[in-house]
Design a protein around this ligand. Structure first.
Ligand code: NAP
Length: 272
């Protein structure tokens, strides 16, 4: 079994972004309204990674008490500011605030994490758009490790707007035959065992066990589930390594590529 690490690829993307950022001087704004510890850690990691590649990053932290109106106002600032090239709205949002009511505030040309429904619509229609960085990380990581997609059966477990649905379109664009499974799928293991390439984007530690995987399949683990000891566990049980021909590690697989692609989208937005 080969480990399909994302670290080398992420470093290569960051090196490219560093060179381009020195010319384009990109600026990213991240709006956050939560006291969720995992989210705070992720926002800090974006800000640190941005600083390292020469992207200015403004974090607007509204706190968990923010209303939809506060968040919309905080998004309109960078959305209308020509000096800001990328805008990200961090999740989770405060209880009762709907993500889909707010993402339309991010103009598509600054929507570097593909959150605006227009971006997903353009992606589905095969038009240029920023894809959500996590979904793009899945296919970019597979391509980096020379995993063939054309004509092969990809099964995506999870149908969220941020990962599962955009991953479906990106895999289809690469001529895979794609099945999307979810919590209402009957006999998940019977479906996932038909996959040449299995993508787990669920948010349940160890959901995918060896019985879900056809021997020799390639498995991409998007899951990032906090463990009691402060670490991270994927959606894929470690025993899957004995069945799969390739498996992405957690941490060190999809995660670092996701952050690197978010930065690449920001420099692309600044270059336009
Ligand atoms: P989400 O919005 O909660 O969606 C989870 C999906 O999994 C839903 O479509 C749900 O089905 C499905 N599901 C839940 N239980 C299931 C089961 N027992 N069998 C089959 N499907 C099941 O989560 P998300 O935002 O897509 O995130 C998924 C995972 O990726 C999480 O662990 C998250 O932390 C991680 N993530 C990682 C990165 C990264 O950079 N590495 C970035 C984003 C997210 P229904 O639609 O039927 O409810």
């Amino acid at each position: 079994m080969s480990e399909l690490s994302g670290r080398e690829l992420a470093a290569a993307i960051r090196a490219d972004v560093t060179a381009r950022a020195a010319v384009a001087h990109p600026r990213l704004a991240v709006v956050t309204a939560t006291d969720d510890g995992g989210s705070a850690w992720y926002v800090r990691s974006i800000a640190t990674a941005a600083a390292k590649v020469g992207i200015a990053c403004d974090v607007v932290d509204l706190g968990a008490g923010a209303s939809a109106r506060d968040i919309a106002a905080a998004l309109r600032g960078p959305a209308g500011d020509d000096a800001v090239h990328g805008v990200v709205l961090q999740t989770p949002l405060p209880a009762g605030v709907a993500l889909e009511d707010l993402t339309a505030e991010i103009p598509p040309h600054k929507d570097v994490d593909g959150a605006n429904p227009l971006s997903l619509g353009r992606l589905a229609a095969g038009l240029p758009a920023f894809a959500p960085a996590t979904a793009e990380a899945v296919v970019t990581l597979l391509e980096h490790h020379d995993v063939a997609l054309a004509g092969r059966h990809a099964v995506v477990v999870g149908r969220s707007t941020v990962v599962g649905k955009p991953a479906l379109h990106l895999l289809l664009d690469r001529n895979a035959t794609v099945t999307v499974a979810h919590s209402r799928t009957t006999d998940l293991a019977a479906v996932t065992r038909t996959a040449d390439v299995l993508v787990a984007a669920v948010g349940r530690a160890g959901l995918i066990t060896p019985e879900h995987v056809r021997p020799g399949a390639v498995v991409v683990d998007v899951g990032t589930n906090p463990t009691e000891d402060g670490g991270l566990a994927g959606d894929v049980a470690p025993e899957v390594a004995s069945v799969a021909s390739g498996l992405t590690p957690v941490p060190g697989g999809v995660g670092p590529v996701t952050t690197a692609l978010l930065l690449r989208h920001t420099v692309e937005a600044a270059e336009r």
